[in-house]
Design a protein around this ligand. Sequence first.
Ligand code: GLA
Length: 383
Amino acid sequence: MDARDAWRRAGEGFSGSFGGRPAGVWWAPGRVNLIGEHTDYQEGLCLPMAINRHVVVAVRPRSDRLVRAVSSSRGPAPDVDLDALRPGPRDSWFNYVVGVLAVLAPSAGCDLFIDADLPVGAGLSSSAALEMAVAVAINDLFALGRTPEDLALAGQRAEHDFAGVSSGLMDQLASVFGRPGHALLLDTRTRAVTPVPWRPEDAGLALAVVDTRAEHRVVGGGYEARVREVRAAAAALGVPALRDVAPEDLTRLEGQPLLLCRARHVVSENARVRTVVDAASRGDWERVGQALLASHRSLAEDYEVSHPALDAVVDRAARTPGALGARLTGAGFGGSAIVLLRADAVGMLEEGLHEEFARRGWVPCGVQTFCPGDGAARVAEAV
Ligand code: GLA
């Protein structure tokens, strides 16, 4: 959806839900992580890009302390009081909204209508996009003067304290700092964000994102287990975070095979981020592709966060002429995979995947290509 559609849909949804017009409309993009997976909660490196799929929020301040919210896909949330914000049921989308409001503490309540063209559960960060859309809206509307980094941190707090997920900061930073034509090199220790030109299209290549439709859920389970395991690995090595660990230090984990595997993924993945940044800057896309494949192998074997449908995409990509590399993107356990390939090979990949998914009796996957897009912002009203 373009800005005009975003305004129209959210504006109409707002009027239908609350009457009258919103004070403004804001949006925030989802992200695709190119490489640097499961590194951001160990102060590591990652390389996401914002995509042209958004969560959109139309907002109007109120004169009392009430917060009312309606989602175009999930319906109305229960009304809440700004002075009594607490986590709702686990898995509820409203936790992300309430969590951000709790951190930003605006001076009055508001009515919010939320719309999106970003699929939920596809591993493209719909929750961070929701947090960042609400955060930029509240920051603008109430003139709070928070920096984009503050807003990203507010989103992360919402994840930790309201959604119960111990996530890193990658998704929020990608959503606020997105820049067309650029991936974002994130150093999650210093929170430095360095835009890195990302233009595979100049070499006749495209980035395909394959939504396996195997629903990925970060809340609960595997993600939290990985966070605990790598914390244990860092503690066993006596470092504040695995960011400080060199490959040769890993031998000290030899008596603890599970922690060794988990730490080996994080340490090798940080190195692969540097490889991809360097290779992309030289236009060495073959090397980028090899790093993507190595990342997937590490995520599947050492980190154990892949899924049969993600492995099937990566295998199929490896057998598609013109494909350079592929890997799962996001937390894993389902969700999406990326494939870097010749632009004229996307159709063949798609055909091959549809055949493969049908043969295995899986619901068909979705294939789309994405270029890096802009970060969270106010949507100008079309005149
Ligand atoms: C989720 C989390 C991120 C990051 C990725 C894995 O998207 O929200 O912070 O940990 O998983 O790289």
